[in-house]
Design a protein around this ligand. Structure first.
Ligand code: XMP
Length: 524
């Protein structure tokens, strides 16, 4: 996208820190559009983005080491404001003529975790926030440190372990922090970054989802022209938002295909079809493939084989339907920014970890189509915001993530229609109770699991011998790690009672207390 369409942008140069994505979050929270580029591709991104300021990230590398990454010289020649964070501060210092020493040479072990700094001078970065003489909590994580800064710089804050905790050259608008302002453990960090992008770089902070939507619509029209686009809907938020956005851009040139594998939650297929056909009037092919999936799954108990069969069959069905429509040149996908960042390592080469749990992963290569990925610059919560901007109902946009293989990976052992029906009922009761208690939005994902275990119970005066239902609820930021949601026991007792009373086939309910790691969120 062009800088002019976005009200000014910031370029974040990534040297491989684990938390570079958080810098982007903080900049966007300040109402400014930004993109991350690996240092090796930063020059190209700089020319394309025409940013109003630059942020240099942290890194696992060490500036004094030969071959450690450097920022392209063009960034320093541009005359634009630069904020260097941790390694970014050190590399800036080094490239501008200062000195950085490794921890083992300074005889100090570095600083890790919470630290306190003292402000020694006022500066633009601290505007309206920190004053000379004050002490503030920050989060440090560095072994090396600046031992002599480059000409023009002054110390504006120091900590016990880092005499150059914050340095500034206010004439050139260069700032360097030894600590990480992007992490939550630096309580004022978001405001410091907002000060940089607004006060130092002079950006208005008016980047909105409405502006993003308009710019994207123009971009999609330009990319697609009068050609046809096909989009696989999974029932999830990402593909739905991508489809609605593309439909706004090119209308009837878009066809959506919803492969209903019969492993959806209660009413899910109806909701998707109703929303797309009824509400938006978007051309939608609804393929009822329940029989095909369930017969293929019959007798299979191995989790990986179940997953592989579902993935492959999904692609087969999708391809068959695409062929019926005939001649779409583009395939739309709801790829998000974290997937994009994770698939390119900071050295610019392909990363070893490519996400395996993409719903329609494998399609682009097989179908040899060009991709339309209108969400590839957005984070999950920004996608939700864009969905609301496009008029998608709150209840749809705020839904918990649901895995591509659906209920099949929540039924350990063999999957049958009967088991799916039992699980759908239990899951619906659980989610209804969570919603009634006002807890839905506080939970990342909550679902029921049907175990391949039968236990003895007594109902009325009769003996029962039925299945066990497991309940799971976790909090998470990105699904990579997760904590167990701590329900009150009265709530769980109530859910258990309802499920046992209302769902025939279940006579016992257990709650899963496993965090991730060591568990995964799904059971298979
Ligand atoms: P795990 O079970 O790996 O799940 O802790 C992490 C997150 O990913 C979701 N998940 C999937 N999503 N296709 C998807 O679209 C899949 O095959 C898949 N497997 C897991 C899971 O629901 C959780 O949000």
């Amino acid at each position: 996208m062009q800088a002019s369409e976005l009200g000014g942008t910031i370029l974040i140069v990534d040297f491989g820190s684990q938390v570079t994505q958080l810098i982007a979050r903080r900049v966007r929270e300040a109402g400014v559009y930004c993109e991350i580029a690996p240092f090796s591709m930063a020059e190209e991104a700089f020319a394309r983005l025409q940013p109003s300021g630059i942020i240099l990230s942290g890194s696992p590398a060490s500036v004094p080491d030969e071959g450690s990454p450097r920022a392209p010289q063009v960034l320093f020649d541009s005359g634009l404001p630069i904020l260097g964070i941790c390694y970014g501060q050190q590399v800036m210092t080094h490239q501008l003529g200062g000195e950085v020493k490794p921890g083992h040479e300074t005889g100090e072990g570095g600083e890790f975790g919470r630290a306190f700094l003292t402000v020694t001078r006022d500066c633009k970065l601290f505007d309206g926030l920190w004053k000379e003489g004050e002490r503030h909590q920050v989060w440090m994580s560095h072994g090396d440190k600046v031992t002599r800064f480059a000409e023009g710089f002054e110390i504006v804050a120091k900590s016990d372990g880092a005499p150059f905790a914050v340095i500034a050259d206010e004439k050139r608008h260069y700032y360097g922090t030894q600590f990480h302002p992007e992490v939550v453990h630096t309580p004022d960090g978001g405001k410091l970054i907002a000060n940089f992008v607004r006060h130092v770089c002079g950006l208005a902070g008016e980047w909105t989802m409405a502006a993003y939507r308009d710019a994207k619509i123009a971009e999609i029209r330009e990319q697609v022209g009068d050609k046809k686009v096909i989009c696989g809907l999974s029932g999830g938020v990402d593909s739905a938002v991508a489809a609605v956005l593309i439909h706004e851009a090119i209308g009837e040139q878009l066809t959506c295909v919803f492969v209903d594998h019969g492993l959806m939650r209660a009413n899910e297929a109806e909701q998707v079809v109703g929303l797309f056909r009824g509400h938006y009037n978007i051309p939608l092919v609804h393929v009822d493939a329940e029989e095909r999936f369930l017969s293929g799954l019959a007798g299979e108990t191995d989790p990986e084989k179940k997953r592989k069969f579902i993935g492959k069959t999904f692609i087969d069905v999708f391809e068959e339907e695409a062929a019926k429509i005939g001649g779409a040149e583009f395939l739309a996908q709801g790829t998000l920014y974290p997937d994009v960042i994770e698939s390119v390592s900071f050295t610019g080469g392909p990363s070893v970890t490519i996400k395996s749990h993409h719903n329609v992963g494998g399609l682009p290569e097989r179908m040899n189509m060009a991709l339309v990925e209108p969400l590839r610059e957005l984070f999950k919560d920004e996608v939700r915001e864009l969905g609301r901007e496009l008029g998608l109902p709150d209840a749809f946009v705020g839904r918990h993530p649901f895995p591509g293989p659906g209920l099949a990976i929540r039924i350990p052992g063999e999957v049958t229609k009967e088991k799916c029906d039992i699980l759908r009922k239990a899951d619906a009761i659980y989610l209804e109770e969570i919603r009634n208690a006002g807890l839905y939005d506080a939970i990342w994902q909550a679902f029921a699991v049907l175990l391949p275990v039968r236990t003895v119970g007594v109902m009325g005066d009769a003996r029962t011998y039925d299945s066990v239902c497991g309940l799971r609820a976790v909090t998470s930021v990105d699904g990579m790690t997760a904590d167990v949601y701590p329900f009150e026991s009265r709530f769980l007792q109530n859910v258990a009672t309802r499920i046992i009373n209302e769902v025939q086939g279940i006579n016992r309910v257990v709650y899963d207390y496993t965090s991730k790691p060591p568990g995964t969120i799904e059971w298979e």
